[in-house]
Design a protein around this ligand. Structure first.
Ligand SMILES: [Zn+2]
Length: 224
């Protein structure tokens, strides 16, 4: 085979440009895969409910163990199959830019999500979560049309954190945008309310246990 140059070679691409170009293509591929595999609204709500049940179980029991950990992992896997993941803020910025190109500028993707989600992940990183990152979830309606595109951050707690440690850290992560001078989203506010309520219940159940113990102790003493 012969290759004959019909014109002068293009200027060489320096390695920085090549890395950026590869990253753009990588993000574009991740978006393609997720857009072609959206999760239904119904299934998404089901999974959210399952996660909620697992959480309540954990708060009651005080620790996580094998079947529940596996359940949580498989729910996470299913949601991620309909999501484009960004591991870093640079990738997330690129993802939001491409969402703007593909789905119109009517939503200010970068303005709405970049600083906000970054505030959450910055705090999660300082608190030592096992895994922290960004994702855009694609959700379809019953007619198989894209219904929602939801950019978000995620933070996976360490397996050995107890309920109190987990809740206190989640509360900090959820409140993070306020610290950075940004507004909380509706779902942040709902989460904050929920974590506060869970913490109060935890405090109450600790007090109840303490009371029960001191009653047992005083009964034992009076029997001596
Ligand atoms: Zn938020």
């Amino acid at each position: 085979m012969n290759f004959s140059k019909s014109q002068e070679s293009p200027p060489p691409i320096n390695s920085n440009e090549r890395i950026i170009q590869e990253m753009k293509e990588e993000i574009s591929g991740r978006l393609d895969r997720a857009i072609n595999n959206p999760i239904s609204e119904e299934r998404f709500s089901e999974l959210e409910l399952q996660l909620q049940n697992l959480k309540e179980n954990f708060l009651k029991k005080g620790y996580r163990e094998s079947p529940e950990i596996d359940d949580e992992d498989s729910i996470e896997k299913e949601i991620f199959a309909s999501s484009a993941i960004a591991d870093t803020i640079v990738e997330f910025k690129e993802m939001l830019d491409q969402l703007g190109d593909r789905f119109g500028k009517y939503r200010d993707w970068v303005g709405k999500y970049l600083a906000h989600e970054n505030a959450h992940t910055n705090v999660a990183e300082t608190l030592g979560y096992e895994k922290v990152g960004y994702a855009t979830v694609f959700i379809k309606d019953e007619n198989e049309n894209l219904a929602f595109i939801q950019p978000l951050h995620f933070s996976k707690p360490q397996i050995d954190w107890g309920p109190r440690e987990s809740l206190e850290k989640q509360l900090e992560v959820a409140s993070a945008p306020e610290k950075y001078g940004d507004k909380l989203s509706d779902s942040d506010e709902a989460n904050i309310e929920e974590y506060k309520k869970d913490l109060e219940e935890l405090n109450q159940s600790d007090l109840d246990k303490e009371k029960e113990l001191s009653e047992i102790r005083s009964r034992l003493n009076s029997n001596q």
